[in-house]
Design a protein around this ligand. Structure first.
Ligand code: UDX
Length: 438
């Protein structure tokens, strides 16, 4: 198979590289010349564990190449994946599909022989129909099928998620496209990864429904965390207790400061809009969005309470800025809302993140950045763990205590147990666990 992937971002670059690793010939396309030049030199523009080696190996094997020339790539390819960004549209939260439609129009002019055009970007229900209309109008003689194939990879675990997926979802309506897509995913098919073939609109809805359900599950345990604090229960044991029911499952029940990232916030909002547009509102997801937004800011109140109520003029050291560990992605990170809320109350913010500093410096103002936890702890009135990087799981508390004005730890990811922190003379605030051991 010769595969063209349009858009070399988090999804396109990982998908293209993994398709090449399956043995297909893959051409990754992007308009950004500097990004393509870096990729041609083996430089990866995103932080994704294992990706650099995988790209290098497949380029060396001659299966993976990068170009800005979309038309050449499309002319050669049997399958063209659209993996461009679909950000939230400014102001109204609908998905911005301008990049998808522009790609569809450009693809249409270069189609050569029977081609399968696949939307891999997360797109609202009905987008495949619109892509098909654009291609047919632009090139009435083209022989093609438009297929939906949403991606379920998580940042920081992208390669593993792509190569060992729980399932592959393919939305189509004709046999010709089905045999092509079966060939594309043959290596996974042989590994017994289930492939669900369904209609295009159903496939598009599955993607949103999956992300919205996971976002709702996280928000559920976050609200139970607040209730646990009120009644003196332990939310980690609540999560364990309900997660042992295999109808619920133990994953995505870690209470925290709220979900962030490039997907959950954008996809939940887009699903709400799609549902409202079709007069069939998804009220549970509407509530999920508003609860999550409020939660991220409310974490600042937890920090203020931990240092006696007033943060004005106090130095607060933030450990972790990215929306989760093992990524450099700052999009909709809880840290952004928490820092803004604390600065609004007059706090002096110092921050460190193992991978997210470059992105954070573009998004945050009046924040002092340090190169490790101990540097930013110097003179701090509180240390706040926002992202559960492994580096923050082995902090030297006696060394930290010597540097801080007041030994206060606010652990928004429940990395530590209370005892192991208190014995070093720290006060300890966390999520959903009682102050006194029951
Ligand atoms: C998500 C989906 O998991 C993935 O299938 C989809 O393709 C893209 O969106 P991602 O956004 O990369 O992946 O990260 P994920 O690991 O799902 O975490 C999303 C957010 O939820 C993060 O802010 C994380 O901190 C938070 N989270 C996750 C929790 O607060 N608690 C949990 O138990 C799990």
């Amino acid at each position: 198979m010769i595969i063209a992937v349009i858009g070399s971002g988090y999804v396109g670059l990982v998908s293209g590289t993994c398709f090449a690793d399956f043995g297909h010939e893959v051409i990754c396309v992007d308009k950004a010349e500097d990004k393509i030049e870096k990729l041609k030199n083996g430089q990866i523009p995103i932080y994704e564990p294992g990706l650099e080696e995988l790209v290098a190996g497949n380029m060396k094997a001659g299966r993976l190449s990068f170009t800005t020339e979309l038309s050449d790539a499309v002319r050669k390819a049997n399958v063209i994946f659209i993996a461009v960004g679909t950000p939230s549209r400014r102001g109204d939260g609908h998905a911005d599909l301008s990049y998808v439609y522009a790609a569809a129009e450009e693809i249409a002019t270069s189609l050569n022989g029977f081609s399968v055009v696949v939307t891999k970007s997360t797109v609202p229900v009905g987008t495949g129909d619109e892509v098909e209309r654009i291609i047919r109008e632009t090139n009435p003689n083209a022989d093609f099928e438009v297929v939906s194939n949403p991606e379920f990879l998580r940042e920081g675990a992208a390669i593993n998620d792509f190569k060992r997926p729980d399932r592959i979802v393919v939305g189509l309506s004709h046999e010709r496209a089905k045999s092509v897509m079966t060939e594309v995913y043959r290596p996974l098919y042989l590994n017994q990864s289930p492939i669900l073939f369904t209609s295009r609109r159903t496939s598009e809805l599955i993607k949103y429904a999956g992300n919205a359900f996971l976002a709702m599950k996280i928000t559920f345990i976050n609200e139970l965390a607040d209730l646990s604090e009120a009644v003196g229960a332990d939310v980690q044991d609540v999560a364990r207790g309900i997660g042992l029911d295999n109808r619920i499952g133990s994953k995505f029940l870690n209470a925290g400061p709220g979900y962030g990232g490039s997907c959950f916030p954008k996809d939940t909002l887009a699903l709400v809009k799609t549902a409202q547009d079709h007069s069939s509102p998804v009220r549970l997801i509407e509530t999920t969005c508003s609860v999550n937004d409020q939660r991220k800011r409310s974490m600042s109140r937890k920090v203020a309470a931990a240092i006696g109520g007033d943060v004005r003029g106090k130095k607060i050291a933030m450990l972790g800025l990215t929306f989760k560990p093992n990524t450099d992605d700052m999009r909709d990170s809880p840290a952004l809302s928490i820092i803004q809320a604390l600065q609004d109350k007059g706090a002096d913010i110092h921050a460190y993140d193992p991978e997210g500093m470059d992105s954070a410096m573009e998004l945050l103002e009046d924040v002092t950045f340090g190169s490790n936890a101990y540097e930013i702890a110097k003179g701090a009135h509180a240390l706040v763990i926002v992202t559960e990087w492994d580096a923050f799981r082995v902090l030297d508390f006696s060394r930290l205590k010597d540097k801080m004005v007041t030994p206060v730890l606010v652990d928004l990811r429940n990395i530590y147990g209370k005892d192991e922190v208190v014995k070093h003379g720290f006060s300890y605030t966390c999520i959903g666990r009682p102050d006194e051991e029951l």
